[in-house]
Ligand binder design. Structure first.
Ligand code: ACO
Length: 322
């Protein structure tokens, strides 16, 4: 039987960190460092220069993941990029990344759009490709430049997000690896978190910036993150006590704490990196994973529970032996 394992991780944050105070001053926001830290845990974020696109951030994160996996880019036979802030309407950011990495073997490349759940969606899709036997080495990336879709006059959203990328190399192997994945969506909640505009005939129709009902998102996120965690634990016949690390989408420390508590997972086992980079949407889970691997916290053989929730609404989880 073919299984899938993560053989390397990488991540990238553009430029210097921007503190809450710097952001507040730059955009003349009626806010404070204390308010942002108390309500979200966020202390700083990284913002990409205007000439830097998601594929550029993805490229740096991918190079690091490929190096960590001990392979070369030419060995990759599938490229999946999770992003809601693609370089172009088309072609996909994955196709651009494939080219920038110099992959010329015709490996399929496509984007997955599930907002903050995007990385878990992409990981689950790539896992299925590998377990089917059709592909052997997948590059799975979450990359975002959310700074491009923020309303800098809306203090309720612009302080929350940042830019960045995270990547993993997935490889076919004899033993698991990825133990269980679960994906869900309920489009009836599209209105509580969306960028509702679109381009038509060269003109933006509607509102092209991120809009959110923060409290509705908060409640929805905590509920489904607990549900989907139980779903993958049940599928793999494991209990929450057997998890070494919970690595949730990094949106807000209060969502992370409430989710861990609901699952009965001690706070010390929940990876929290949101204070350093804000909410980087599809990039946040692989960023948190890579940072923890490189810090020596997440180790080979440990059991990890990755889970995300985002606009759509979408949500999902992946349970794996690292
Ligand atoms: N600085 C100061 N005051 C602010 C700010 C700010 N940056 N933002 C909002 N406020 C004000 C509001 O205007 C409101 O003022 P009012 O009472 O005069 O009307 C007051 O603070 C309270 O606002 P609430 O929305 O009730 O504040 P809340 O405690 O819910 O915190 C927050 C807001 C942080 C957005 C919270 O709802 C939240 O974290 N929600 C989850 C949203 C999230 O993480 N989204 C990420 C995308 S989705 C995802 O990744 C799953």
């Amino acid at each position: 039987m073919i299984h899938t394992r993560i053989s390397g991780t990488g991540s990238y944050l553009p430029g210097e960190p921007i503190s809450n105070d710097t952001l507040i001053a730059a955009h003349k926001l009626d806010s404070s460092n204390d308010w942002i830290i108390e309500r979200t845990g966020i202390r700083q974020r990284h913002l990409a220069p205007v000439n830097v696109a998601s594929s550029d951030l993805a490229l740096e994160a991918s190079r690091r993941a490929i190096e960590a996996a001990g392979i070369s880019a030419a060995d990759i036979d599938l490229v999946v990029v999770a992003t809601s802030t693609p370089d172009y309407i088309f072609p996909s950011t994955a196709a651009l990344l494939q080219h920038k990495l110099g992959i010329t073997n015709g490996a399929p490349a496509f984007d997955v759009q599930a907002v903050c759940s995007g990385f878990v969606y992409a990981l689950s899709i790539a896992d299925k490709f590998i377990r089917s036997g059709s592909h052997k080495r997948a590059l799975v990336v979450g990359a975002e430049v959310f700074s491009r879709i923020l309303d800098w006059k809306d203090r309720g959203t612009c302080v929350l997000f940042g830019d960045g990328a995270g990547a993993v190399v997935l490889e076919a192997c004899d033993a698991p690896g990825i133990l269980a994945t679960a994906l869900h969506a309920d489009g009836s909640h599209h209105g509580i978190l969306s960028v509702p505009g679109h381009v038509c005939g060269g003109t933006v129709i509607g509102d092209p910036l991120l809009r959110m009902d923060g409290q509705a998102v908060f409640k929805f996120a905590v509920r489904v993150l607990a549900e989907v965690a139980h779903e993958v634990l049940d599928a793999a016949k494991l209990t929450a006590e057997q998890i070494d690390w919970l690595i949730p989408h990094q949106a807000n420390v209060r969502i992370l704490a409430a989710t861990a508590k609901k699952l009965g997972i001690p706070a010390e086992k929940c990876i929290v990196t949101v204070e350093n980079h804000g909410n980087t949407s599809a990039a946040s889970i692989p960023l948190a994973l890579d940072e923890s691997v490189r810090a020596g916290r997440v180790k080979r053989g440990q059991t990890l529970l990755l889970e995300g929730v985002g606009g759509g609404f979408t949500w999902g989880a992946a349970l794996l032996k690292f």
